[in-house]
Design a protein around this ligand. Structure first.
Ligand code: ADP
Ligand code: ZN
Length: 210
């Protein structure tokens, strides 16, 4: 099954996609993670992407599409995959349609206030990639899972968060309509609640279409 996750930054796409990946035993493909890895490894794609990411802007479509095409051709994608953070523009969705058939577009609908609090309080582990909210960490700056140092992503700083939400509204939100027209959209309305509760809503939305 080929699944796309839609939703604003901080909606929980990554968290839910990771769980679903384990449950369905298909890979989670996060373009954001791929770019962060490319930046760490200082590849040409990484160096190109960094200035856009730091500003909360989208990386140009050609760059992202080329990277995703290459990834989807790998053997582990042949039984399905979960796309997390791609497509993010109508042009990307159209490019995806030329190489893949999307079975379900899972839209995670979360109010803006919740998003802003989540992103500005988000900390990520430099070693295992785990993400946490400051409210659950107390005074600790270490990863509860592996003990490594936690950091705030540059693009989670307040000014950039605002820009990412604006970019989402303008460029990515139209995809809700795009997939609805194709008859594959399913929405999970996550208004607060725990990760487990929200994941249950995501699963229900998936099962409604799958
Ligand atoms: P979030 O969903 O929390 O905003 P991601 O990790 O998905 O973060 O993406 C971080 C950044 O990487 C984006 O703000 C953007 O600059 C870049 N990026 C990731 N995926 C795409 C994409 N499909 N198209 C363009 N830029 C992307
Ligand atoms: Zn960790």
């Amino acid at each position: 099954m080929n699944i796309v996750f839609l939703g604003p930054p901080g909606a929980g796409k990554g968290t839910h996609a990771q769980r679903l990946m384990k449950e369905l035993n298909i890979p989670q493909i996060s373009t954001g993670d791929m770019f962060r890895r490319a930046i760490k490894e200082q590849t040409p794609t990484g160096l190109d992407a960094k200035r856009y990411m730091d500003a909360g802007e989208l990386v140009p479509d050609e760059v992202v599409v080329a990277m995703v095409k290459e990834r989807l051709a790998e053997p582990d994608c042949q039984n399905g995959y979960i796309l997390d953070g791609f497509p993010r523009t109508v042009a990307q969705a159209e490019a995806l349609d030329t190489i893949a058939h999307i079975d379900v577009a899972l839209n995670i609908d979360v109010p803006d206030e919740i998003i802003i609090d989540r992103l500005s309080g988000r900390r990520v582990c430099t070693a295992c990639g785990g993400t946490y909210h400051v409210s659950m960490l107390g005074a600790s700056t270490k990863c509860p899972a592996c003990g490594a140092e936690l950091i705030q992503r540059d693009d989670d700083k307040p000014a950039t968060v605002k820009n990412r939400l604006d970019v989402y509204q303008e460029k990515t939100a139209p995809l809700i309509n795009y997939y609805e027209k194709k008859g594959v959209l399913s929405t999970a309305k996550c208004v607060g609640g725990t990760v487990d509760e929200n994941y249950a809503l995501v699963k229900a939305a998936l099962n409604a279409k799958a």
